[in-house]
Design a binder for this molecule. Structure first.
Ligand code: G6P
Length: 364
């Protein structure tokens, strides 16, 4: 594939930089301000059906799965429907109980990932309703689902996903808002989230404006033997994706843990060569996250926080603009994409084509 790199040294950098426009695109034409509702034309799920949904199960692989983890949280928070995400591969191999009141959602950038497609086919065979949250229009998963939401990230060439990940999370925010407004989300809350969504492109641009600062941090942490990514609830899927991104592109080993689980094992790994990245939205868990920083520090660990204000207990903080807390996972992922990118750059990695990986895995 050869799309113009537009002056960027890699597709990864180009695609990270395109995010303000990409997010603008996924939102465009889909919001009705009068009723604080969302129009998703391809969804193919009417209000009565939407009200009948008792559970949501999201399936995908790699970054798509992680975007699904954020999606599940948004759906629980905004629509108050129990939701979870699972790797599509695991799901299809464990002979899952297929439930008629569950809405299944397959997530995929390419729309061609075999494990995800196979999960969709198995679900359809068993009579389930399956929607797609897909980037590539007309792809296999888009065709084999009953309806869905296109992510409109535009072509993504770099093997590791950045703009499509962010746009998928935004697409889930729209879907969650849509389901929420059909169910019990108030107009006022709907308006609050819509205003927050509209602030995202500008705020992402603001984060991208800190690239030089993040590049310096990457140089500082590039000697790490391994990195620990932690977060609680809203921060946790961000930690998962940031850990994957770093591994894929820099080959530095990384792990993601719920911050609360550190003390149940991984604390044993903490030492100066194993820095911790803490994702810290300003929600009701901020104080608990600060206590985690203390625990890590007491074991001699270096800490990089991603937060809305300088964190005293961290060695370094990447400050991210404030939005609605529900949308924090979307914003907080962006600086960590840049961190992974610049770490890989410092280490001289093949950024757009990491070893052993393919953009889309179309075989079993
Ligand atoms: C591959 C890529 C990942 C990607 C995953 C799912 O493993 O290396 O970056 O997240 O497939 O791809 P999809 O196209 O289904 O989103």
């Amino acid at each position: 594939q050869s799309y113009d790199m537009g002056g960027h040294d890699t597709y990864m950098h180009k695609e990270i930089s395109e995010q303000p426009d990409a997010v603008d695109r996924v939102l465009r034409g889909r919001i009705d301000d009068r009723f604080a509702t969302v129009r998703l034309d391809g969804l193919n799920l009417d209000a009565r059906e939407a009200r009948g949904v008792r559970r949501v199960k999201i399936l995908g692989c790699g970054s798509a799965y992680h975007a699904g983890l954020i999606g599940a949280q948004l759906i629980e928070e905004l629509a108050r429907v129990p939701a979870d995400a699972e790797p599509a591969s695991e799901f299809r191999y464990r002979n899952p109980v297929v439930d008629p009141d569950t809405l299944y959602i397959a997530v995929s950038q390419s729309g061609e990932t075999y494990d995800t497609l196979a999960a969709v086919q198995e679900l359809r065979r068993k009579g389930a309703r399956v929607l797609g949250v897909v980037n590539v229009v007309g792809s296999a998963i888009a065709r084999e689902t009953d309806g869905g939401v296109y992510v409109h990230a535009g072509p993504e060439v770099c093997v590791v996903s950045t703009k499509c990940f962010t746009n998928t999370a935004v697409a889930f925010a729209l879907l969650a808002l849509h389901l929420g407004r059909i169910r019990d989300l108030s107009v006022a809350d709907g308006r609050r989230i819509i205003a927050g969504l509209r602030r995202l492109p500008g705020q992402i641009a603001e984060i991208l404006g800190r690239e030089e600062e993040i590049a310096k941090l990457a140089a500082e942490y590039a000697d790490a033997r391994s990195m620990m990514f932690v977060g609680r609830v809203r921060g946790y899927p961000v930690a998962r994706e940031a850990s994957l991104k770093l591994k894929e592109v820099s080959y530095i080993h990384a792990e993601a843990y719920p911050a609360s689980e550190l003390k149940h094992g991984p604390l044993a790994l903490i030492e100066p060569a194993v820095p911790t990245v803490a994702v810290m939205p300003e929600d009701e868990l901020l104080e608990k996250n600060r206590a985690t920083l203390e625990e890590v520090r007491a074991r001699g660990g270096r800490i990089l926080a991603v937060a809305h204000s300088e964190q005293e207990k961290a060695d370094r903080t990447i400050v991210v603009p404030r939005n609605e807390v529900e949308l924090d996972p979307i914003l907080m992922g962006v600086p960590l994409q840049l961190l992974a990118y610049h770490t890989a750059l410092v280490l001289g990695r093949d950024i757009d084509k990491p070893r052993n990986l393919a953009k889309s895995v179309t075989v079993e």
